[in-house]
Design a protein around this ligand. Structure first.
Ligand SMILES: Nc1nc2c(ncn2[C@@H]2O[C@H](COP(=O)(O)OP(=O)(O)OP(=O)(O)O)[C@@H](O)[C@H]2O)c(=O)[nH]1
Length: 351
């Protein structure tokens, strides 16, 4: 059987990966796509945001980052999908893996070369990296994950160009070209892209990766040696930093941590608006990513809330199901955020 092309979709927190994936899943392109979602933290908010029309197989991988702790789960997910396809249970001709915003795409791509079972069924079609034009300059200055994602890409898609000037876009484009001269760069508005620009690119070039990193294929044994727990509160430092291979292995930037707020009481809309407006004013620069599915008092539809730094927005989501237990769940990912202040403040906004 022909190998199944797989797209590794990366991009820093909030870059626009899910928005792009939603577009891809909605377009009438004739591809049957299986999606593997990897999210930080136990709460999978993206699943609420992703549109599903029933034809896609969506496998969630939560509570860990795909480039570190859940890499074994990725192998299990891929081999199980391939088996179900062989058994005629599932039909798909392409896989898209959406990584967390902090993932290093290198080790994810390695899996396709190092694991024999995966290599027997799949090939890497391309690593696609979404770059948030509004926030990328700062992200590239501050987070090595953002640099790696750009550096390892076969294709770069610049999102949120509506939020920056032509000059800012030019400066950013020049910078990412310096980091990665090989990858083609296009812009995307709210995920809008021609399917030929993202699927079946056959853009992955192993030689390029070996040029960036001669140990690309040889690194697996080190992955075991350097195994460590890298979960939602992924704030370990780079104790292996001085080792040559370590940039493969899930060393995430210091002090980035995620926490979850949950409640089974509804929010008062005015109180919540006021609180979130204030908190974003104060902590916005450190709020890398936040999102949630909210139960607002008196509303019969869910409210999907999300943001990146100071840019926050809400959308009306689906209806609460007849038997569905209404609740709130929110995830905040940030640098040194005062969790107790957030949780206390949010509790005060409940009815
Ligand atoms: N202005 C603007 N906003 C955008 C664009 N693309 C995406 N967004 C918004 O950016 C926010 C983050 O988008 P997502 O697609 O959820 O980002 P993500 O990369 O999946 O985020 P994580 O998975 O949490 O890292 C959402 O509020 C989107 O509506 C764009 O082209 N312009």
């Amino acid at each position: 059987m022909a190998l199944i092309p797989t797209t590794i979709l990366t991009g820093f927190l909030g870059a626009g990966k899910t928005t792009l994936l939603n577009r891809i899943l909605q377009e009438p392109h004739g591809f049957k796509i299986a999606v593997i979602e990897n999210e930080f933290g136990q709460e999978n908010i993206d699943n609420e945001i992703l549109v599903q029309d029933g034809t896609e197989q969506i496998v969630e991988m939560n509570n860990g980052c795909i480039c570190c702790t859940v890499r074994g789960d990725l192998i299990v997910a891929l081999t199980a999908l391939a088996q179900r396809r062989r058994d005629g249970e599932l039909q798909f001709d392409h896989v898209v893996i959406e990584t967390t915003g902090l993932a290093n795409p290198g080790p994810v791509a390695q899996t396709f070369f190092i694991d024999e079972e995966v290599a027997a069924d799949y090939l890497v079609d391309a690593i696609i990296t979404v770059v948030d034009a509004k926030h990328a300059m700062h992200q590239l200055d501050t987070y090595e994950e953002a640099q790696r994602q750009v550096g390892f890409a076969d294709k770069l898609l610049l999102s949120k160009t509506d939020l920056v000037s032509a000059d800012e876009l030019k400066v950013l484009t020049e910078r990412i070209k310096r980091i990665n001269p090989r990858a083609a760069i296009s812009t995307i508005a709210f995920g809008q892209v021609a399917i030929a620009d993202v699927l079946d690119l056959r853009g992955f070039n192993l030689n390029d990766k070996l040029e960036i990193d001669p140990d690309f294929i040889a690194a697996e044994e080190h992955a075991h040696n350097h195994d460590h727990t890298c979960d939602a509160a992924c704030d370990h430092d780079g104790e292996h930093e001085h080792h040559h291979h370590d940039h493969h292995h899930g060393h995430h930037s210091d002090n980035i941590a995620a926490f979850v707020f949950k409640s089974d009481r509804p929010f008062n809309t005015e109180k919540l608006d006021e609180f979130l407006g204030g908190i974003v004013q104060v902590f916005g620069p450190r709020m890398l990513r936040y999102k949630g599915v909210l139960w607002m008092d008196g509303a019969d539809r869910k409210v999907v809330f999300q943001g990146v730094h100071q840019i926050m927005g809400t959308d009306i989501g689906g209806k609460w199901g007849e038997d569905e237990i209404r609740s709130n769940k929110m995830v905040f990912i940030g640098q040194n955020l005062p969790k107790e202040t957030f949780i206390y403040g949010l509790e005060q906004c409940l009815v």
